[in-house]
Design a protein around this ligand. Structure first.
Ligand code: GTP
Length: 422
């Protein structure tokens, strides 16, 4: 009898153990909702068999979730804002650490010290001349010939049009060059270069004020960055923040592109690298409210500049106009917007001009940022955009690297187009 009881007990224990093992194995099996291949919800890359409808972004963190530290009790010293400070000025502001980023200080990598703005275009000149070879070299070889016949002038015209200089500016350039060669006769390569340099500079404009209003007295300067998605707005905000931090200025970033959580993540990463706070809202939330909070944050922490990244989806023109107008109006409760920068992708050529026109109807622009000039031979878009909009190109993007954005300098730009003097 005792033996029978013992056998029954052993059998019960064995069955219970088997049940536990099977249960935990079932629990360990990956759940389909997380994604195939056991992807975590912070892995943003698509997995095989993923459902396109299932949002892949990590849950959006609001400004409350990201644990921003409290503003310093006493306001840090502001940058000297007496003159009209521009990118390229000597550093005058306090250190970037006055505004702590959104991760706790102990987990924060040391903020980077980006390259200063001065001379950037010269450093990036090689990249520009490589992409613009067809324009500069092509024109030079045509104009240096002994025989400037009608066919050659047609080729000059075609070269300018292909480089997106635009019909009107091309006509003016060809007329001016014809006039000068009539007087000079056949020109040597050096003469041709000098003549072309003069005429291109006249079209690009050397007297235009291209300074960025990134610092104003008694409050942070507010810079609104607008443009169609994919043109490089977020990247530009990040790069401009680096330019400012390199000059000792303090920056707050506003992630008013609430369409994609990834866009705000991207902006925050740019900010964290240089010790700038990013103010963000819920995904799909009101962009104007994020912009408002960002400016408030800038005021409370006595920052020099608040850079606001917007979404710019061209669903409908009315929607875009309403959204941008609302952002401007709501931010205006704190004070005026000092710069509205339109970001245009230079590789999209004439399309960029069409987009630009829509934006000028939506909001008053103060400057253009031409991105991706490293990836196109159509540098003439600089001339066409300015002529079309009556707004100066202030910055140009010459690569995906963090410091591949340069203040636009007409002389350095034209020299890069034409290559080294012969
Ligand atoms: N080659 C090159 N790539 C650039 C430049 N500027 C931006 N990019 C790239 O363009 C892509 C789009 O940039 P984003 O900053 O995400 O563009 P966005 O306008 O904010 O896009 P949305 O968030 O979708 O509205 C990224 O891969 C950037 O690295 C540039 O000057 N040169």
């Amino acid at each position: 009898m005792e033996l029978l009881i013992l056998i029954v007990v052993i059998a019960v224990v064995a069955l219970a153990t088997m049940g536990l093992v099977v249960g935990s194995a079932v629990r360990r099996r990956p759940r389909r909702a997380v994604g195939r291949g056991g992807r975590s919800d912070t892995d943003l890359s698509p997995g095989v068999g993923d459902d396109a409808e299932v949002p892949r972004d990590a849950p959006t963190r609001t400004i409350d979730d990201v644990g921003l530290p409290a503003a310093p009790e006493t306001a840090p010293p502001r940058a000297d804002a007496s003159g009209p400070p521009v990118i390229g000025d000597v550093a005058t502001a306090g250190p970037a650490e006055n505004l702590a980023p959104s991760v706790p200080p102990q987990q924060r990598p040391p903020a980077e010290m980006p390259a200063p703005a001065a001379g950037r275009l010269v450093r990036l000149r090689l990249r520009l001349s490589r992409s613009q070879n067809a324009l500069g070299r092509g024109l030079l070889s045509l104009l240096s010939g002994d025989n400037l016949d009608e066919e050659t002038w047609e080729d000059v015209e075609a070269t300018l049009l292909l480089a997106d200089v635009g019909v009107v500016a091309t006509g003016e350039l060809v007329a001016a060059l014809r006039e000068r060669t009539k007087v000079l006769g056949a020109s040597t390569p050096a003469q041709a270069r000098a003549m072309l340099r003069d005429e291109l500079l006249a079209q690009v404009g050397t007297a235009t004020d291209r300074s960025l209003r990134t610092s104003v007295p008694d409050r942070p300067a507010v810079v609104l960055v607008v443009g169609v998605n994919g043109t490089g707005k977020t990247t530009t905000c990040g790069k401009v923040a680096r330019l400012l931090v390199a000059e000792g200025r303090t920056v707050v970033l506003g992630a008013a592109d609430t369409f994609r959580a990834a866009a705000a993540d991207q902006l925050q990463t740019w900010g964290e690298r240089v010790g700038a706070v990013t103010v963000r809202g819920a995904e799909g939330g009101d962009p104007a409210s994020v912009a408002f909070d960002a400016v408030k944050r800038g005021i409370d922490s006595a920052a020099d500049t608040v850079l606001i990244d917007t979404a710019g989806r061209l669903h409908t023109k009315t929607g875009l106009m309403d959204e941008l107008a609302k952002i401007k109006r709501v931010v205006g409760k704190h004070g005026p917007v000092d710069e509205v920068l339109l970001v245009l992708d230079a590789t999209t050529g004439q399309n960029a001009l069409v987009q630009a026109r829509v934006f000028t109807e939506a909001v008053e622009l103060s400057g253009v940022v031409l991105t991706k000039l490293d990836g196109t031979a159509k540098g003439g878009i600089v001339i066409a955009v300015q002529r079309e909009l009556g707004v100066p190109v202030k910055l140009i993007g010459l690569g995906e690297g963090p410091d591949d954005l340069a203040p636009f300098e007409p002389e350095a730009f034209v020299d890069a187009l034409l290559g080294e003097p012969v």
